[in-house]
Structure formats: C-alpha cells, structure tokens
Design a protein around this ligand. Structure first.
Ligand code: MRU
Length: 390
C-alpha cells in the first residue's frame, strides 16, 4: 500500500509557487515572500529586509498559515542575525506578531536557540548567523517532509473511512502549498486523493472575512487541476443536508494537550454539522502544531482581528486585480487599503480569527507520525513523543 501512495505523492508540481525564499542580494540577505494578500490577482513578491517588515507582513497576512509562520519566524531570526540586529529582541517581536498559531513561536525559538548555542560555543557573529540560517533551512525541509507524510497518512485514513474510493471533501480556509514548506496539511491530503483518482470534488468554503478559501484554496485547486466548487461559509449546512459531503478536512493553528483544535473561525460549526450528519471531521497538522504548554481548549489564546475586516469587503485589488498598484508597495499600504463598506459607519464587529473545536467532535487528527482516533491526550502525546525522539 505504501508504494501506491508514494508514487502518487511524488507527482510533478505546477511551477512557480514558492511561499517564501531566502535570498542573498548585493545589499544584504533578504526574505522574499509570495504576497498572499494579492492572490489570486497577482503573484507578487514582497521583499523583507528587516524584522519589522516581516512582523508587518505576518500581521497583515502577506505570509500566513501555521507551519509557514514557523518557517518565516525562523528565517526572521536568521535575518536579524545576518544583519547584525539584536537577535533576542527580534525573536520576541516575531513571536508576538500573531498569538494563536503555535508554530510561529516554535520556529522562532528553535532559530534563536541555534544562535545561542553557537554563540555559547564561542562562534563569532558570522558563524552564529550561519548556524541560525542552517536551522531555519532544516525546519523548512522538515516541514516539507512532514507534509508528504501527512498526505500519505491522511489518504490512507480517508480510504479506510470511505471505502467507496470517490471522495467529496469539504475544506475550510487555506492549508496547501501557501502554508507550508511542502504541499500543506489538509489540502495535501485532498491533493493526494486527486492524484490517486479518488477525489470526486473539493468543496471550498470561501472563509469570511479574509477569503482564504476563495482567494487561496480555489487558486491552489485550480493550479492543480482539481475538481472544486466554491461555496459561501453559510451554504455548508445545506450541502451536508443534501448528502454531498463525505468528509471534512481542515488544518490547525494550535492543538492543546487534550486534543482541542484551534483553527480558522468557522471550523467549529463545520465539526458540529459533521457530527450531526455522521460525516468524519478530520484535522491534519504536523506535530509542531501540538502545544505541550496548552492544556486544553479554554487555554488557547484566540486572536481578535480588526472589525474593519468584517465591516468592509477585502480591498478590490485583493480579489479582482482591478486596481493598478505602484511598485514597490509597502505592507502598510496593502493592509490599510479600504474595501467597499458593507455596514453603516461606526458598526462594531466581532472578529475572532479562530475558533476551538473540542476533541470529542474531531474524528481523527492526522500528523506526520500517523493518525490518532479517537482523539485523546494520551494518543496525541504518543505521536508527539515519536517525532521528538528523532
Ligand atoms: O489567519 P490564517 O490565514 O493564518 O489562518 C490559517 C488557518 O487557519 C489554517 O487553517 C491553519 O493555519 C492550518 S494550515 C496548516
């Protein structure tokens, strides 16, 4: 069975989708991001020459998604070290950029730890900076590898739960190449099913308010030639009622020790719907998304975002590409660009970026080390201990 999956997972990639890359320019090292705020209208690069620029890019979602935030955070520390900034200060700025995705802190701390270890061994500034960059690159490679293994385990689980072999999968937010060093988490499983000829349809939730599903997942699905259909988030109920969903696949921003899952707001209602309709609700995330310091769902800090994201539609160029933008464009301009108002001036909005799904509503959590089902703290701890042994 392994060979069957390995063969399908190593297929040709569509070219030109690197979510981020390290570059050495004559004026110094930089971190180059694919600016996700401008997708699908444009594949534009955002060049970060320093940590404040990267922090702004993280806050405004030019770079986003839990695993990629970890990688970006690690390269951010490498950028600080290479450019001679205070590494500890850079690390704390980066770690605080967004509060919920635990991978960000994980990547930052790993890179900062590499710097301290090198410095503690008497390395000079240049050698210590090289050690941090090597650590960031290693994390990047590990995430790509984890992505492949999650796809393998996830497809095996889908095939086991849905023996018919023609899956109709609903997904929320964006969990593909744009969030990962590889092909992603939940999306990578759907892509593996597609390559194996077993994905009948990918149902893509638009994911209000920032439309990660419509702008990013639909974009990735189209690039990969998948059969997909976009729906508004509130159409999911009628889709379940019509019997059109065989499984829900989502990612995670943080998994607590008890198996509670924080993911893009709107995931929890899908889990409730899935339970009512007897459909598996599957979370796909690397073990780096499990936070040993978070005992349960109530302890997860959920990021609250500006109400403006709800009271206005995203800026027109984000969605349609109709606005000509001067180059280069600062991250501040991108985040502050006004969209069309959809509520009276002064309207207050409730805008949590994530919600928390309790473990009893999650059919399985799939990691690079395998799947746990039913979801228990002990099962998750066992998977994490496997990954932390290596
Ligand atoms: O606010 P975002 O776009 O960073 O939120 C991303 C998500 O919620 C993803 O579903 C999550 O990071 C899992 S991706 C592996």
């Amino acid at each position: 069975m392994a060979d069957q999956y390995v063969q399908t997972l190593d297929g040709e990639q569509p070219p030109g989708l690197d979510s981020l890359r390290w570059d050495e320019l004559p004026e110094g090292p930089v971190l180059v991001l694919l600016d996700q705020r401008r997708l699908p209208a444009e594949e534009a690069e955002l060049v970060c020459t320093d940590v404040p620029a990267l922090v702004e890019a993280i806050r405004t979602l030019a770079v986003r998604g839990a695993p990629l935030l970890g990688i970006a955070g690690a390269y951010g520390v490498a950028l600080a070290a290479a450019r001679g900034y205070d590494v500890a200060e850079a690390a704390s700025l980066l770690e605080a950029a967004r509060p919920t995705a635990v991978n960000l802190g994980y990547g930052v701390r790993r890179a900062a730890g590499a710097y301290e270890t090198a410095a503690g061994r008497g390395a000079d500034t240049e050698q210590a900076a090289a050690a941090v960059l090597a650590e960031a690159r290693q994390l990047h490679r590990e995430d790509a590898e984890a992505s492949k293994r999650m796809a393998w385990h996830g497809l095996a689980l889908l095939d086991e739960l849905l023996p018919g072999g023609s899956h109709r999968v609903l997904t929320h937010c964006n969990t593909g190449r744009l969030v990962s060093g590889g092909e992603g988490t939940a999306f990578a499983v759907a892509l593996a099913a597609h390559r194996a000829g077993r994905l009948r349809r990918l149902w893509v939730d638009e994911t209000r308010p920032l439309l990660q599903g419509a702008r990013l997942t639909a974009y990735e699905a189209a690039r990969n030639g998948m059969a997909y259909t976009l729906l508004t988030d509130n159409a999911a109920g009628s889709l379940f009622a019509a019997g059109e969903v065989d499984a829900v696949l989502v990612g995670a921003d943080r998994i607590a020790v008890d198996g509670s899952v924080a993911n893009k707001v709107g995931s929890y209602p899908l889990a409730v719907l899935a339970r009512y309709h007897h459909v598996p609700f599957i979370v796909v995330a690397p073990t780096t998304t499990v936070d040993p310091a978070t005992p349960d769902g109530a302890s997860i800090e959920v990021e609250q975002r500006p109400g403006q994201e709800v009271t206005e539609l995203p800026a027109p160029e984000m969605v349609t590409g109709v606005t000509a933008l001067p180059e280069p464009r600062s991250s501040e301009a991108a985040s502050g660009a006004p969209g069309a108002p959809v509520a009276p001036v002064g309207t207050q909005a409730y805008n949590p970026a994530f919600d928390v799904t309790p473990p009893e509503l999650v059919t399985a959590i799939v990691t690079e080390e395998g799947a746990v089902s039913p979801v228990t703290g002990a099962g998750i701890a066992e998977l994490c201990s496997r990954s932390r042994q290596v």
